[in-house]
Design a protein around this ligand. Structure first.
Ligand code: PXL
Length: 278
């Protein structure tokens, strides 16, 4: 009963709606709600599916609409406890930058997931200048969550799926130069057989690293599940390292469950049954 009178946290989720495929807002909104957080979507685009495993998804660019939505919210100075940015189109990055500036001043925790690519490649539809612009958005983040591909794109390093210790140290130093307070790099392979997540601070120091056997398949939407859980935990006041550990554990379990039904569920994470554990 006490919970019903306590104010709840409010998160602005800037991301697309990929109707089918289990990623972006279709993942983020239910997860945030399950954590008892008010989830406010700012939809950047409407797609029939994500751009990964399906040929030619439909895509409606919502840039003009989000400008109007934000202007309306600003007419009554709507305040958010957090802004979480995900998949955006190139001409929306400056809209997001403005939002980040405004809501940071009002005390919001900013999480930038620089959604651009995976497995060494940029997702279709992004130009070569996109990583540089996304890097600028990450500068003002409290937490940024690139996967290995996105981390390398933003630091001008040539993609390699398995990194030696000196290569990863160089990557972490370059990432910390971007300026976010903490950077969580996902999908890091210290060897072919292991994959995990690493947290670095603003000086490039590794604060956390945990690897799991690489039999865990990385599916589309893993990053969205991970970042949504991480955002929820951080907004609720958990420290970065335990929030990352929880998000990693949750995502790992979701991957395991998905792999048990890989034939039917190859397009995204089957995370629904885990929601009861939150
Ligand atoms: O999960 C990241 C993501 C988000 N949105 C769209 C995508 C992808 C990854 O493929 O295509 C539209």
């Amino acid at each position: 009963m006490k919970d019903n009178v306590a104010p709840i946290k409010r998160v602005m989720a800037i991301n697309d709606i990929s109707c089918f495929g289990k990623c972006s807002l279709t993942v983020t909104l239910p997860i945030l709600s399950r954590f008892g957080i008010e989830a406010v979507p700012l939809p950047t685009a409407l797609l029939s599916t994500h751009t990964g495993d399906f040929s030619k998804p439909t895509r409606l660019d919502l840039t003009e609409e989000i400008k109007k939505i934000v202007a309306h919210w600003e007419s009554f100075q709507l305040k958010f406890d957090s802004v979480y940015t995900g998949y955006m189109l190139e001409n929306q990055l400056n809209v997001a930058e403005e939002i980040v500036k405004t809501q940071s001043k009002r005390g919001a925790m900013i999480l930038v997931d620089p959604v651009m690519g995976d497995n060494g490649k940029m997702y279709s539809g992004f130009g070569s200048d996109f990583p540089r612009k996304m890097r600028a958005l990450c500068e003002n983040a409290c937490v940024s969550t690139p996967n290995l591909t996105e981390a390398m794109l933003m630091t001008d390093m040539e993609y390699k799926s398995v990194l030696t210790r000196s290569e990863s140290d160089r990557l972490y130093k370059r990432l910390s130069d971007i300026g976010a307070k903490h950077i969580v790099v996902t999908g890091v392979h210290p060897s072919e057989n292991e994959v995990g997540d690493v947290v670095i601070d603003e000086n490039g120091l590794v604060l956390y690293e945990k690897y799991l056997p690489a039999t865990h398949r990385r599916l589309h939407g893993c990053g969205d599940v991970f970042a949504s859980v991480l955002c929820a935990k951080l907004v609720k006041g958990e420290d970065i390292l335990s929030a990352v550990e929880y998000a990693q554990d949750f995502t790992g379990k979701a991957i395991e469950i998905t792999n048990m039904d890989a034939q039917n569920h190859w397009y995204g994470l089957k995370f629904e049954s885990l929601m009861d554990e939150i």
